[in-house]
Design a protein around this ligand. Structure first.
Ligand SMILES: [Ca+2]
Ligand SMILES: [Ca+2]
Length: 121
């Protein structure tokens, strides 16, 4: 009985930590930029270079489903508002990269361009 509980807790902890691994140890800034570009290609489903609100909704819904969560329009709207810095109503690759690289720079406390083990989370 106790053993089962312990295993369940371990699995739960693993799931949580793998979800939190948005930033990987050893990742360089260039890799973060490449990952962002790849993410944008997934977001921009019709390949017109713009992530439309509809595409963002589909993209975020898919990501939420992977985590076993649901997505709502209000969340997507807030995300779009944050991402869309030039205010054209769409997300560009540059706008997405700006957010991703800002996250990277925030995590890269010692500014050496690589996420060290203690900086990755
Ligand atoms: Ca598009
Ligand atoms: Ca925009």
């Amino acid at each position: 009985m106790m053993k089962t509980v312990k295993i369940a807790v371990t699995i739960g902890a693993l799931l949580i930590s793998s979800q939190a691994l948005a930033q990987k140890a050893g990742q360089t800034r260039a890799e973060a930029q490449a990952a962002s570009a790849k993410k944008f290609r997934n977001l921009d489903a019709d390949g017109n270079g713009k992530g439309s609100p509809t595409e963002l909704l589909a993209f975020m819904t898919k990501a939420a489903e992977k985590r076993g969560e649901t997505m709502d329009q209000a969340k997507v709207d807030r995300r779009l508002k944050r991402l869309d810095t030039d205010g054209d109503g769409n997300v560009s690759a540059a706008e997405l990269a700006a957010e991703d690289l800002a996250k990277f720079d925030k995590a890269d406390v010692n500014r050496n361009g690589v996420l060290d083990a203690d900086e990755a989370q």
